[in-house]
Design a protein around this ligand. Structure first.
Ligand SMILES: [Zn+2]
Length: 374
């Protein structure tokens, strides 16, 4: 993974590169930001740059033995720890048990989400966690001397999935790591990380990718025309993974917009025979499209709230979205927007977890009916 393979994030890239050049790599860093902003990809590119045997000015060589191993995620000094599923703690599975799926998952898409990882593991309804047995495995790995590289690097993806017991096992190690050992923690939500761990890491905040950077990235990396790239970069909220999902599921913006206006009108009016017809037509789309639609709806709620608060200059609308929002935004205000967002998020989660599509959307319409009238 090279820095140049990562969309946007130029400021973070040069910050990371400078820590290497100036020999001030901090031993425990917390990369905080959504998967689709590139947090894991940046950590891997950083590790590759640190370990490269023939560094160029701002990039790893991508040819030395170290780079070649990292490209396959098979460098003996680059370790990964991530949430796994496993029944009881006595039979708890650890990252090593899933390492081949993990390599495939990351190499295929280093912007992949936690939900996509659960799907990759065939997790069913189980949630992933980083268990005590995993923490013990981390301690064991880092007690060994590095095999080839100057540094041993431990990348912990989603440390918020550790329970207190696992976190406590790692506390001392993160505070006083063995010599030449680096921790890169990649987190979505630092509020869920135990504070004693948090206070021992240096924050690397990963912000959303700008629309322009995403537009350029999509044109370079995906075979789509300029108009489509512009449209998708505006809709995907700085999230490269979301943008790719939209391309792969060939969702066009117009369809999402129409679904959204229908959902809001029908829910508001509470006409259930029509709602049932609408749910039927939506249920014919695949789950991925339904998820993209729900993400789009979340974005629309947020933008309409911004408009409701007289901040039109900050809202990110296309022309037809803006025309719809002229009236609709009066229904979205601080009292109901968080509730609406929470219901859309929960519908998204249920669709990801293979819940019955019709039940999820009918339930959503009933709740929207109440919330839109608040
Ligand atoms: Zn190299």
């Amino acid at each position: 993974m090279l820095f140049t393979d990562i969309v946007g994030q130029e400021a973070i890239k040069s910050h990371l590169i400078n820590t290497v050049k100036e020999n001030r790599i901090s031993h425990a860093q917390l990369f905080l930001g959504k998967e689709g902003y590139g947090s894991l990809a940046l950590a891997i590119a950083y590790a590759q740059y640190i370990m490269c045997l023939d560094k160029k000015d701002n990039e790893a060589c991508n040819e030395c033995s170290s780079c070649r191993k990292i490209n396959k995620l098979q460098h003996p000094d680059l370790h990964f720890s991530f949430p796994t599923v496993g029944a009881k703690s006595s039979q708890a599975l650890i990252s090593d048990d899933y390492i081949s799926q993990w390599r495939e998952f990351v190499i295929n898409n280093s912007y992949g989400t936690y939900e996509q990882w659960l799907e990759k593991m065939d997790a069913g309804n189980s949630q992933g966690s980083i268990k005590v047995k995993e923490a013990e495995s981390i301690v064991r790995k880092l007690s060994l001397k590095s095999f080839e590289a100057e540094f041993k690097i431990m990348v912990i993806w989603l440390p918020e999935k550790m329970n207190a017991e696992s976190a406590n096992k790692l506390l001392k190690l993160i505070e006083e790591p063995p010599e030449k050992t680096l921790f890169f923690l990649i987190s979505l939500n630092s509020e869920l990380i135990i504070s004693t761990i948090l206070s021992r890491t240096q924050l690397v905040k990963i912000n959303r990718i700008s629309d322009d950077e995403l537009f350029i990235g999509l044109q370079q990396q995906k075979n789509i025309d300029e108009k489509k790239a512009r449209e998708i970069s505006r809709m995907s909220d700085g999230d490269y993974n979301a943008a790719c999902n939209m391309i792969e599921t060939s969702v066009d913006a117009q369809q999402n917009f129409e679904f959204f206006t229908q959902l809001m009108r029908l829910s508001y009016m509470g006409k259930f025979p029509e709602i049932i017809k609408w749910v039927d037509s939506l249920s014919k789309e695949g789950r991925e499209k339904q998820k993209v639609f729900l993400s789009y709806s979340l974005k629309m709620i947020r933008e309409n709230l911004i408009m409701n608060q007289d901040q039109l200059s900050l809202a990110r609308f296309s022309d037809h979205e803006k025309a719809f929002a002229q009236k609709f935004s009066s229904f979205i205000h601080p009292e109901n927007s968080a509730l609406l967002a929470s219901e859309l998020n929960s519908a998204y989660m249920h669709i990801s977890r293979n819940a019955n599509v019709k039940v999820v959307f009918l339930d959503l319409c009933i709740k929207l009916n109440r919330m839109l009238k608040m």
